[in-house]
Design a protein around this ligand. Structure first.
Ligand code: OOG
Ligand code: NI
Length: 301
């Protein structure tokens, strides 16, 4: 397809993925191993179950601002999730059609943090007095893609980052990484036999040296047993701060999801099974542990 004939949604999703792929070495490492073993014949054959973003709950930002981009692309706002210990709210968004990934967007309850943490976040975001998404032409995919890579606030100092990190790893992650793609997710059930259960896929990942998140166990399972998820832990990267110091901080990670066929469709022949026949949405207890893929305890543990 010719580039400028692409729809905004395609331009934005491709650009997010290209930045993410360059920064998260596990992405190409996993794709390369799947290619070498003949599990897929191109990156495009890997089905992307969902992508995720993190936001700050302050005026003019947060889910209410961020969601406007994807609602304009035809995404639909679905279920709400609450993470008490992590002080987060989240929603998932259903795509306009099956070839696009679901989206999971979370938001930090900034007003519930300590005064010191709130002061730091306030220092960087108080200057945002109108919703920055309202200033975008959402039909212009190139403009929206550039917006998602553009800093909306100044770099913090290393001391401020460390103060946030000690209280909320999520807050520290967003203040530095902003709207970078937090993860993409390989749909394991779409792969061929030998790779299409999480047990098999995790064994493959560990055989190529990929480190998995162990919070709550390597495989997180929903109460109905139909949504199972695993994820890598983020690699550390050198991040430069406003005071000139460089710290190794957490970047993004990769997730793996196995969605089982719903009981009502259990007798459907395999070649007729589509996305709508499988367990949809997310699961609070799974997500709660997956958030920790960027946590120091998982990365250094
Ligand atoms: C999102 C964690 C939750 C899922 O699939 O449940 C999640 C994050 O780390 O921002 O991705
Ligand atoms: Ni996820």
């Amino acid at each position: 397809m010719h580039f400028d004939e692409q729809k905004p949604i395609d331009i934005v999703l491709n650009d997010l993925f290209e930045h993410y792929r360059k920064n998260v070495s596990d992405v190409d490492k996993i794709t390369k191993a799947l290619l070498e073993r003949g599990v897929v014949s191109a990156q495009a054959d890997i089905v992307n179950d969902h992508i995720a973003f993190r936001t700050l709950g302050v005026p003019n930002l947060g889910i209410k601002s961020f969601e406007k981009i994807f609602l304009s692309f035809g995404y639909k706002k679905m279920d709400y999730y609450y993470f008490e210990g992590k002080k987060l709210d989240a929603y998932w968004f259903a795509p306009p059609s099956d070839e696009y990934p679901r989206i999971f967007v979370s938001e930090l309850r900034v007003s519930e943090l300590s005064q010191a943490a709130q002061d730091i976040i306030q220092k960087y975001t108080a200057g945002i007095t109108t919703d920055p998404v309202d200033a975008l032409d959402l039909k212009n995919g190139v403009e929206v893609a550039a917006f998602l890579q553009k800093p909306l606030w100044d770099l913090p100092t290393s001391a401020e980052y460390e103060t946030l990190l000690a209280e909320s790893e999520y807050a520290a992650w967003v203040i530095y990484n902003r709207y970078y793609l937090n993860h993409y997710t390989i749909s394991i059930h779409e792969l061929k036999d030998g790779y299409n259960t999480l047990e098999e896929f995790n064994a493959f990942l560990e055989s190529i040296g990929v480190k998995l998140n162990t919070s709550g166990g390597k495989i997180k399972t929903s109460d109905d047993g139909l949504l199972r998820q695993s994820s890598t832990v983020s690699a550390l990267y050198d991040a430069k701060f406003a005071d000139g110091k460089t710290l190794e901080i957490a970047g993004s990670y990769v997730e793996f999801a196995e969605r089982s066929v719903l009981p009502a469709f259990k007798d459907l022949p395999k070649d007729q099974i589509k996305r709508e026949h499988r367990r949809d949405g997310f699961e609070t207890n799974n997500a709660d542990k997956i958030f920790e893929s960027t946590y120091t305890s998982q990365i250094k543990g």
